[in-house]
Ligand binder design. Structure first.
Ligand code: 1GP
Length: 250
C-alpha cells in the first residue's frame, strides 16, 4: 500500500501538482461536510487535511470520520496540538513550527503526541511548518506566540527550509495562515523549491484558481485551500482550482 508520503513524493518525481482541501473540524453539520468532500472528490481534489488551532479532539475525530466516509483520497491530520491526534486518519503532518522559537511548538507537543501516534500506528510525516508574514496577525501567530518569517527575505526562508532538510524532515509547509490577506509570495516558493529538495506544501489565503496555479508554477507540490471553500457558493470553483493546479507541469 502506498503511504501518503509516497503519494506526495511520487507526484513530485513526476512533476505533478496536488490540490489538498483543508477541512475545518468546527464545521459540525454532517451534511455540509459530506456535500463538500463529495464535490471535492468528484472535482479533482487529491487529498484532505483536517485540523485547526482551536478545536476539540472530539471535533477532529468526528470530522475525520465524516471525510473518510465521503472520499477515497488520503485524509491527513493537520494538528494544532497534541490532543488532536486521532486514529482514523491515513497520516499526520508531524509539524514542527520551525519559523518560531517557541519550544512547545518546536518539540514539546510532539513528545506528548508521539506515543499516541505509535499506538494508533499512524503514518507520521515530519514537516517543517514555516509561518510567513501575510499582512496581519494570523491565528497560528497568535496561538503559538511566535513571529512569522519576513515575506521579503528569501534567504531567511531558504535557510529554514535547508535546516529542515538537514534535520531530517520530509516536507516543508510554507504557510501564510488561514484566511491570510496575502499568500506566500511566489518568489519565496520559487527560491525554496529551487534550493531545497524537499516537497513543498503551500497554503493560506488562496482564494482564486489563478493564485493556486501561481504557487504550483513557482514549485509547490501540494497546494492547500480551506477557508474559501467553506462558503457554499465557492463549491463550483473546485474544478477550476483542481484543473489550474493540475495543468502545471503537464
Ligand atoms: C491554512 O494553509 C491553510 O492552514 C489554508 O488556508 O484557509 O486561507 O485557504 P486558507
Amino acid at each position: 500500500m502506498t503511504t501518503v508520503y509516497e503519494y506526495i513524493t511520487e507526484a513530485r518525481r513526476a512533476n505533478r501538482r496536488l490540490f489538498f482541501l483543508l477541512i475545518d473540524p468546527d464545521e459540525t453539520d454532517a451534511d455540509a461536510v459530506h456535500e463538500l468532500v463529495t464535490a471535492a472528490t468528484e472535482n479533482g481534489v487529491d487529498g484532505f487535511l483536517v485540523g485547526g488551532s482551536l478545536v476539540t479532539r472530539e471535533k477532529v475525530a468526528r470530522s475525520v470520520r465524516l471525510v473518510k466516509a465521503a472520499t477515497d483520497r488520503p485524509v491527513v491530520l493537520f494538528p494544532g496540538a497534541a490532543q488532536h491526534v486521532v486514529p482514523e486518519a491515513d497520516a499526520i503532518l508531524f509539524l514542527s513550527l520551525l519559523s518560531g522559537r517557541n519550544p512547545d511548538y518546536l518539540v514539546g507537543q510532539h513528545i506528548q503526541a508521539a506515543p499516541v501516534i505509535r499506538d494508533y500506528n499512524l503514518e507520521a510525516i515530519p514537516t517543517a511548518y514555516l509561518l510567513v508574514e501575510s499582512g496581519g496577525m494570523t491565528s497560528v501567530e497568535f496561538i503559538s506566540a511566535t513571529r512569522p518569517l519576513p515575506r521579503s527575505n528569501l534567504d531567511i526562508a531558504v535557510a529554514h527550509a535547508l535546516a529542515a532538510q538537514y534535520l531530517g524532515m520530509k516536507l516543508v509547509y510554507l504557510e501564510a495562515g488561514s484566511g491570510a490577506r496575502m499568500p506566500v509570495p511566489d518568489e519565496m516558493v520559487e527560491a525554496v523549491s529551487r534550493q531545497c529538495p524537499l516537497p513543498l506544501i503551500v497554503g493560506g489565503g488562496l482564494i482564486t484558481a489563478e493564485m493556486a496555479a501561481e504557487k504550483a508554477m513557482a514549485g509547490a507540490t501540494v497546494i492547500v485551500a480551506g477557508n474559501h471553500f467553506e462558503r457554499k457558493k465557492a463549491l463550483k470553483e473546485l474544478r477550476d482550482f483542481a484543473d489550474s493546479i493540475h495543468a502545471v507541469g503537464q
